[in-house]
Design a protein around this ligand. Sequence first.
Ligand SMILES: C[S@@+](CC[C@H](N)C(=O)[O-])C[C@H]1O[C@@H](n2cnc3c(N)ncnc32)[C@H](O)[C@@H]1O
Length: 153
Amino acid sequence: MFTPRPIGFVRSPYQETSAVPRGLGAQHQAEGVLEILREFEPGLQDIEGFSHLYVFWVFDRSEGYELVGQAPTDDRPHGVFATRSPRRPNPLALTVVELLRRDGASLHVRGVDMLDGTPILDIKPYLSSIPMEKLRRGWLAEAEERRAQQKRD
Ligand SMILES: C[S@@+](CC[C@H](N)C(=O)[O-])C[C@H]1O[C@@H](n2cnc3c(N)ncnc32)[C@H](O)[C@@H]1O
């Protein structure tokens, strides 16, 4: 198909996976920098106007995959394509970050959940046209409801 190559690397406060917040209700507020390689810098023209970005990246420190497994957000198994697990057939990841500022080829962002040094494959402006009331959150909503019920009991 094609051989992916990094357009840059993430500078993140996280050195190991255990440091990244996970589980139900985890907040991703950590700040980081998307350091884009000089040769790709012209491609950042006009990116400053967008508040949020999609960042496509590689789980470069993940090994193998599991088609059905347990997510940290639930005690029941789910198919890998119904989760955001790092252990997937193609180790591709997608994170929405808030763009704080651009400094040349460096994009300062909030909301990183990647490890320091993670390769970035692509960046696109975040645009969502799906109204909140049309979104369904599948097993995640059910897991949250069970958790809330347990707290009430
Ligand atoms: C649940 S995944 C979600 C990633 C992305 N937001 C997505 O939805 O595709 C996030 C986890 O991936 C792991 N992770 C982060 N950077 C990684 C890397 N470079 N290689 C392997 N695992 C990584 C961390 O444990 C982090 O908690």
